[in-house]
Design a protein around this ligand. Structure first.
Ligand code: ADP
Length: 307
C-alpha cells in the first residue's frame, strides 16, 4: 500500500452545468447556449487541490456503478490521487449536481448525492491504516456525520474538518474532535447562530464562540478579505489577507484553500500557521482568476513565487 501524507474522506460529484439567457419557469423548456461537465464534490476538490501542489494524497469516497464513476476515478488517477479506497457502488448513480446558470448570474441547482450517501463508517475502517499514518486528514459534511466522526476518531495527525454544508444542530464532537475546524463566513454564521459574519471583527466573534463550544482551533475564510485563525491555547487572533486579484470564478475557492493548507502542514514540518494560511490564500486567490473548479487550481509552480 502506498504511503500517504494527506487522506481526504469525502464526496465526488459531477457537475452538469447549462448556461442559459434566463432561468426556466416551472414546466418550461428553454434553449441553453453552452454545456460543460466539471469534476466536483468538496472531498475530491480538496484532495485534487493538494495533489496538484505535489501532495501525496489518498481519497476515501464512493462513486456509482455508472460511466461517471469510472470517469471520476480516471480523473483522480490523472491528478496522481491514490484511488484504492474509492468504492464503485452497486445499484447507485454517482453523485451529480445539475446546475443552470443564467446570464444574470442566477442559478438553479439540484444535487443528487447518489453513491456519496452510502459512504459509511465501515468504508472509513477499511482505510484505517492510511488514516492513522496520514500527517493530515481532511473531511467535510457532504458525506454523513457518522463518517466524519469515525474518521476524526481514527486520525492521529492533524485533522481538518470543513464544516460544509453547515449544520444548525449537530453533534458537538464535530467541534471538539478536529485539530482545525474550518468554515467560510456563511457557514460560521449557521454553526454559531450569529446573524452575520462578514468581516474580520464578526469572524473573530464567531471564532471565539466556537472555541467556547469546545473547538481546538477555528479557521474562517473571508473571501477577498483572506482568513482568520484562533486557537484555544493562546486565544490570539491571526488575520492573513488574500492577494488582490481579478476574480473570474470563485467556485471552489474554499476547497483550493483547504487543499493548500493541508499540503503545507503535511510537507513543511514546523511551519507556522501564519505561513500556511498565507500560502493557502495565495493558492485560493490564484484559483479564482480562472473558470472552473478543479481545473482552476494551480500546480506546484506557484509555490516558489509566494514570499
Ligand atoms: P468558499 O469558497 O468556501 O465560500 P471563500 O469565499 O471564503 O470560501 O474563499 C476561500 C479563500 O479563497 C479566501 O480565504 C481567499 O484566500 C480566496 N478568495 C476567495 N475569493 C477571493 C477574491 N475575490 N480575491 C482574492 N482571494 C479570494
Amino acid at each position: 500500500m502506498a504511503s500517504t501524507d494527506i487522506v481526504v474522506v469525502g464526496s465526488c460529484m459531477i457537475d452538469f452545468v447549462s448556461y442559459t439567457s434566463r432561468l426556466p419557469k416551472v414546466g418550461e423548456t428553454i434553449h441553453g447556449s453552452k454545456f460543460v461537465t466539471n469534476f466536483g464534490g468538496k472531498g475530491a476538490n480538496q484532495c485534487v487541490a493538494a495533489a496538484k501542489l505535489g501532495g501525496k494524497t489518498t481519497l476515501v469516497a464512493r462513486v456509482g456503478d455508472d460511466i461517471w464513476g469510472e470517469k471520476y476515478i480516471e480523473n483522480l488517477k490523472r491528478e496522481n490521487v491514490n484511488t484504492e479506497f474509492i468504492k464503485k457502488t452497486d445499484n447507485s448513480t454517482s453523485g451529480i449536481a445539475q446546475i443552470i446558470v443564467s446570464e444574470a448570474g442566477e442559478n438553479q441547482i439540484v444535487i443528487v448525492a447518489g453513491a456519496n450517501a452510502k459512504l459509511n463508517a465501515n468504508d472509513v475502517i477499511s482505510a484505517k491504516s492510511a488514516i492513522e499514518r496520514a500527517s493530515v486528514v481532511i473531511l467535510q459534511l457532504e458525506t454523513s456525520v457518522e463518517v466524519a466522526i469515525k474518521t476524526l476518531e481514527l486520525s492521529k495527525g492533524i485533522s481538518i474538518l470543513n464544516g460544509a454544508p453547515a449544520l444548525s444542530t449537530y453533534d458537538l464532537k464535530l467541534l471538539t474532535l478536529p485539530t482545525i475546524f474550518c468554515v467560510n463566513e456563511t457557514e460560521a454564521a449557521i454553526f454559531t447562530g450569529l446573524s452575520s459574519v462578514n468581516n474580520v471583527s464578526e469572524a473573530e466573534t464567531a471564532a471565539r464562540h466556537l472555541i467556547g463550544k469546545g473547538c481546538n482551533s477555528v479557521l474562517i475564510t473571508l473571501g477577498p478579505q483572506g482568513a482568520i485563525y484562533l486557537n484555544k491555547d493562546d486565544h490570539k487572533l491571526l488575520h492573513v489577507s488574500s492577494p488582490k486579484v481579478q476574480s473570474v470564478d470563485t467556485t471552489g475557492a474554499g476547497d483550493a484553500f483547504i487543499g493548500a493548507l493541508a499540503f503545507v502542514l503535511a510537507n513543511q514540518k514546523g511551519v507556522t500557521m501564519e505561513m500556511a494560511m498565507k500560502i493557502a490564500c495565495h493558492v485560493a486567490a490564484d484559483s479564482v482568476t480562472r473558470a472552473g473548479t478543479q481545473i482552476s487550481f494551480p500546480n506546484a509552480k506557484i509555490l516558489p513565487n509566494i514570499k
